[in-house]
Structure formats: C-alpha cells, structure tokens
Design a protein. Sequence first.
Length: 338
Amino acid sequence: MRAVVQDHYGPASGLRCIDVPVPVPEADEVLVRVHAASVHPDVWHVVTGRPAVLRLMGSGIRAPKQRVPGSDFAGTVTAVGSEVDSIAVGDNVFGETLPMIQWVNGATWAEFVAVRQDRLLTMPTGLTHEQACTLPTAGIIALQTVRENGKVAAGDRVLVNGGAGGVGRLCVQIAKADGATVTAVDGPDKQDLLRDAGADHVIDYTSEDFTLGGARYDVVLDIPGNHSFAEIRRVLEPDGTYVLVGHDQYGREGRAVLGSIPRVFALMARSPFTDQIPRGSFRSRPKVEYLNALTELADAGHLRPVIDRTFPLEEAAAALDHLASGRARGRVVLTMMS
C-alpha cells in the first residue's frame, strides 16, 4: 500500500510517500481502507517536532516511533479481528487511532490502517468521508472544552475566541446546540464562516478587541490564547468560566521548547483560588463515547464540517504547508481513493 512516512523531525518537505506492507489487524482491531484523513495542527507538531517537549511525551526523542503520520480517518472496513463484535466488513466508519495523548503519529496517512474497535464508529449519516474524517480529534477537544470544562448550559452567553478554526468552529456549533448565545471572534476573511457556524454575534479581531468591549460572558473559550487571563477577566462574569485550549500558530508564537504548557500549568495552579478557572484534569471518557456524541450532533444537523481543500496522499507535504499558512477557510484533508 502507499503511505506517507516521516524519518525525522523537520519541515513537511521531508515527508515521503512510499510503498509499505498492509497492516495486519490484531484480534480486537479492524482493517480500514482509508478514504480520507484529516490534516490538523497536532499532526504538524509531530512532523516538525515542535515544541520540543512533545518528544518526551511519547512521540520519540530523535525521530518518531511511528513513521506514518495522521490520527483521524474515515473509510470502509475490509477485515475484522476475531474479537471484534461491533463492526462488520463493509461498514463505513470514522475515528481516531490514538489514545487520548495527541502528540504522536497514528498511521492514518496511508491507504490502510488497523484500528482498535473501540476507537471508531459507523459514520454519521449525511456526511462524506472527507467531512467525517475531520471530526474526531477536533471534535473530542471541542466536547471537552464546551461540555466538560466550560460546562456550557442553555441560556449561557459564550464567547469563542478563534471560532473559525477546526476546534473553534465545532465549539461554536456544540455551544449553540446546547442552547447558548454565542459570540465568535476571528479575522476579517472568516466572518462568513462564523455566521455559517451559527454564531449569534461575530467580532473581527483586527478592528475590535473583545476584552475592551462592554459585553459580559458566562463562558469564554479561548482557542489561540492570545489574551492574558487578566484581560479575559474584564469581560468574564464574576461566576463565569475561562477555558484555554492554546494554539501556538504553527510556531509563529515562538515557545519552541515548551509550547503553551507553562501557561496551562500556571492556570491550573491558580484554579484552586478562583472558580473562574476549572480544575485541571487529565482524565477523559472512553473514546467511543465522544464519537457517539459527535455522531448524535452530526445526525441532528448541528455539526457541519466545511472543507477548504483536499490533497492526494502524494501531496501530503503541500497539504501540511497549506494548513500552517493560515490561509485555509475550513478543514484540510488528504484523500486516498479516487
């Protein structure tokens, strides 16, 4: 089969597309013929090796332990292991190959991938493979941000900073589905994407600093983390909640060694002294529960992935560079089948 391989950390130009053996599924795994795989920021981090700390977090010190990048996928099941009882050959499925740690390669940038049955699910109705493959990683982060950390409830006034990105757009849509009034912030060329996602109010950050406005919010979901907590508190209700996701803008923010980890830990250290910062937790629910929630939202019409551009597998480096350029208006996807 054809697969993208990464021999070392560095620019996307170092990726190669070569022939490798088709994986053999274990007893609790299924073999999926991949139709589409997502190109997202966590893949960029592992390919480039930035921030450097991720190499100590399971990716590999000198080179990635797993040579084939990618984590999200959608495709068709071609074989099942002897212990598989929830998925059948011929099912169209989507999922994520990784455990909850995202900063490792997951081998989905290939024509076939072997996946544990508890890390995939039948695809939501009405979505293409290209759309479905964009949901798992970004969707799990968005569910944790909106529901578990932000605890968004019906009637809440929610601000999503960075609302047009992969995670941000899903945060907008999930908060709307849960009954919130949502204000979304992003650049001037993405205001239409914010409205299309269902935002009640939109802000162009180049012409308005939301932290200086008169509006107050019950929950602020901060994807890029380009404002300090002190600035955010100016627009946060006294009993409100601030949730930082943190996005290093593909290295443009510096922080090449530790990334956003120091800021996240600093907020966690403050959480016992203010109810505005949720207590940090590294626990999460089983992956299939998140996939079920995403499927329910998509089937109900609440999640509408927008695809900016698709690239063939052989152009994986160009796809990753396009993502990192910041020009993408929607998700970037690799396609393996014509």
